[in-house]
Design a protein around this ligand. Structure first.
Ligand code: PBG
Length: 336
């Protein structure tokens, strides 16, 4: 909530706002927010193969990694103090079906990646997306029948997908599908499966955004996608509705909530944090990363400065943490 400045404030010349800005020590002393590696969750893309690295052209500096390289990269991230990674699979198109059954394969790519990472680095948290889009031949997050994205039928599959991920060693399942009722259904399934310790980070206020474009290249779901996601993801025009989404997910058992995309939705982060005081996360999405890197790559913006400025903005807006492709880079900058 924005408070009005108190009436007791002095005026120029007795009050000079610039005094506290005059030196590095006092700027640091009065800083209201601080960014640290602890605030960063690093989303990563995994592919089949060995010693394989594939660049993603719409995300300069980001690659899909085979499991062996991913394990190394996650080790570096852990050394930088990054507390968690979010693992996204690039699924071979031949495995995509209308029932998205590869999502339930306990030996699928993301499950193998999770258990390999967990085995090598037991101290870093692992987040997995719960949604069918990497596995669905229609590219949608839910099951599709006659062009309709089915809600309740999808929930059953999402529950099974969560169980498979939990069994692989995932610490936090992150439903990104925006089906109604999924948090409650997944919580129940996890508890009944003996995974009451597995946390749920819900993509609670997730907007139907064009900023996801590069991500869909990265996981190979963009080409498959028929139509758009507007019947389940939120309308960018809405803000009260975000609070209702978040309230529902909290009531259903979400441990952590997320607002996505990030920078164009800082107002939503602030409202969510003020309304609920929950651990609140922002996702600085692929398109935001692409914009920043495109401008920096052309020499139009100072890369290091905009990286840190974009991230502190999330903290100021009330986020407790940020999912960002910039995580290792930012953690390195914070160290230097
Ligand atoms: C899929 C999913 C998406 C993202 C995270 N999980 C894309 C989508 O909903 O189409 C976007 C992440 C990004 O753009 O960085 N359910």
């Amino acid at each position: 909530m924005t408070n009005k400045p108190p009436r007791t404030i002095g005026s120029f010349p007795s009050t000079r706002m610039r005094r506290n800005r005059g030196d590095d020590f006092s700027r640091r002393m009065v800083a209201e927010n601080k960014l640290s590696a602890d605030d960063l969750i690093w989303p990563v893309f995994v592919i089949e193969g060995n010693n394989t690295r594939e660049e993603i052209s719409s995300m300069p500096g980001v690659s899909r990694l085979s499991i062996d390289l991913l394990v190394e990269a996650v080790g570096d991230a852990a050394d930088l103090g990054i507390p968690a990674v979010a693992v996204f699979p690039y699924t071979d198109p031949s495995l995509k079906t209308p029932d998205a059954k590869e999502a339930l394969n306990p030996d699928n790519l993301v499950c193998r990646a999770v258990s390999a990472v967990k085995k090598a680095h037991s101290d870093i948290g692992i987040v997995c997306d719960v949604a069918l889009d990497p596995y669905n031949s229609d590219g949608h997050d839910g099951l599709v029948r006659d062009g309709i994205i089915l809600n309740d039928e999808t929930l059953e599959v999402l529950c099974k997908q969560s169980l498979v991920q939990a069994a692989a060693g995932c610490d936090i399942v992150a439903p990104s599908d925006m089906m109604d009722g999924r948090v409650a259904a997944i919580r129940k399934a996890l508890d009944e499966g003996g995974y009451e310790h597995v946390r749920i980070m819900s993509y609670a206020a997730k907007y139907a955004s064009a900023f996801y474009g590069p991500f869909r290249d990265a996981v190979g779901s963009g080409g498959a996608l028929k139509g758009d996601k507007k019947t389940y993801q939120m309308n960018p025009a809405n803000s009260d509705e975000a609070l209702r989404e978040v309230a529902m997910d909290i009531a259903e058992g979400a441990d952590l909530v997320m607002v996505k995309p990030g920078m164009p939705y800082l107002d939503i982060i602030r409202r969510v944090k003020d309304a609920f005081g929950m651990p609140t996360f922002a996702y600085q999405v692929s398109g935001e990363y692409a914009m920043l890197k495109a401008a920096a790559g052309n020499g139009w913006l100072d890369n290091d400065k905009v990286v840190l400025e974009s991230l502190i903005a999330f903290k100021r807006a009330g986020a407790d943490g940020i999912l960002t492709y910039l995580a290792p880079e930012a953690a390195r900058l914070l160290k230097s």
